[in-house]
Ligand binder design. Structure first.
Ligand SMILES: NC(=O)c1ccc[n+]([C@@H]2O[C@H](COP(=O)([O-])OP(=O)(O)OC[C@H]3O[C@@H](n4cnc5c(N)ncnc54)[C@H](OP(=O)(O)O)[C@@H]3O)[C@@H](O)[C@H]2O)c1
Length: 290
């Protein structure tokens, strides 16, 4: 009997790359990793044809338009990739009983909260990227009531562009840097999220939990706290100055507080989540060795 096929979109992104690294541990499945070259999610008309050609039993949608500031002006592409295409994948899953797992963001919240957001809390995105991801969530659920949506935040890993790699580079190049201290969130090491997704996939479709989940490593910090920890773990000498968000004006507004409560994913799927310090140490050790 052939193995169930898992289609992973966004194969060359941070999360897609981490899933590729872990696929060999899950040899009960066959994996098909696709980048933009194989499946361009901005070409909405081609999506159903592609999916019905390969007929995956699972889709893990890691592809996204993630350029938060650029999305403010490149609205049509952001909308297609983060919302319309997600709805198309959900439709395919509803028609074929395939499992749909798609990744969303803490940016669906407005950031006015003061304690970690529950999955049931009201959304109110403050930028266009957040709006498109919110619409992607809505279309996922409207087109397939069995969709699983995992919101995550502040994603980094050894691969791709992210805050950790930028900070390591800047702290080696400069003697002083400024980092914002008034945005609070939860960093997510992409391999931690990849592990959680694959553990969830192994429990589906038998386990009947569906809907919205939150995932990040545990602990809440500011970007300044995060940068300070990066400096300490990597034993660098740069001086880091805490500054206000207003010091770095950006086209897209950022939520000031975007910590998420992860208890639902921990409970429903027995996921144990590493704290952000342990995850960050692992990433920096890997980066500094290679
Ligand atoms: N990064 C974060 O801090 C963060 C925070 C919260 C939520 N998330 C969510 O987490 C998920 C994974 O994020 P990530 O950090 O792994 O993102 P990433 O590294 O930016 O990767 C996104 C991937 O999507 C692909 N993509 C973009 N446009 C596409 C298109 N038209 N067709 C097909 N593929 C396309 C990109 O392909 P190319 O390589 O060809 O550009 C890239 O490989 C996304 O849903 C994101 O919204 C991320």
């Amino acid at each position: 009997m052939s193995k169930p096929l898992i289609l992973v979109t966004g194969a060359n992104g941070q999360l897609g790359w981490c899933l590729q690294n872990k696929a060999a541990e899950y040899n009960q499945f066959e994996f098909l990793f696709v980048g933009r070259e194989q499946l361009d999610l901005a070409n909405i008309d081609t999506i159903q044809h592609f999916l019905f050609e390969y007929k995956p039993s699972f889709i893990i949608n890691c592809a996204a338009y993630t350029a938060v500031d650029k999305a403010e002006t490149d609205m049509e592409n952001a909308l297609k990739i983060n919302a319309i295409a997600v709805g198309e994948m959900a439709k395919y899953c509803a028609a074929t009983n395939a499992v749909f797992v798609t990744i969303s963001t803490d940016y669906v919240f407005d950031g006015n909260g003061t304690k970690p957001y529950m999955v049931t809390e009201a959304t109110n995105p403050v930028n266009y990227y957040g709006y498109t991801k919110w619409l992607g969530e809505k279309l996922s659920l409207e087109n397939n009531s069995n969709s699983i949506i995992i919101r995550t935040s502040w994603v980094y890993c050894e691969h791709g562009n992210n805050f950790v790699k930028t900070m390591l580079r800047l702290m080696k190049e400069k003697t002083e840097i400024n980092v914002v201290n008034d945005q609070i969130g939860c960093p997510t090491y992409a391999p931690s999220l990849a592990d959680a997704i694959l553990k969830i996939i192994c429990q589906l479709p038998e386990k009947k939990y569906r809907g919205i989940y939150h995932f990040s490593n545990t602990g809440n910090i500011s970007w300044f706290n995060f940068a300070t920890a990066i400096k300490e773990i990597a034993a660098l000498n740069c001086t880091i100055h805490p500054v206000a968000t207003t010091t770095f004006p950006t086209p897209a507004k950022r939520p000031a507080y975007s910590c998420m409560n992860t208890s639902k994913i921990e409970k429903d799927f027995s996921i144990e989540i590493t704290n952000w310090q342990t995850a960050l140490t692992k990433c920096i050790n890997n980066l500094e060795i290679t």
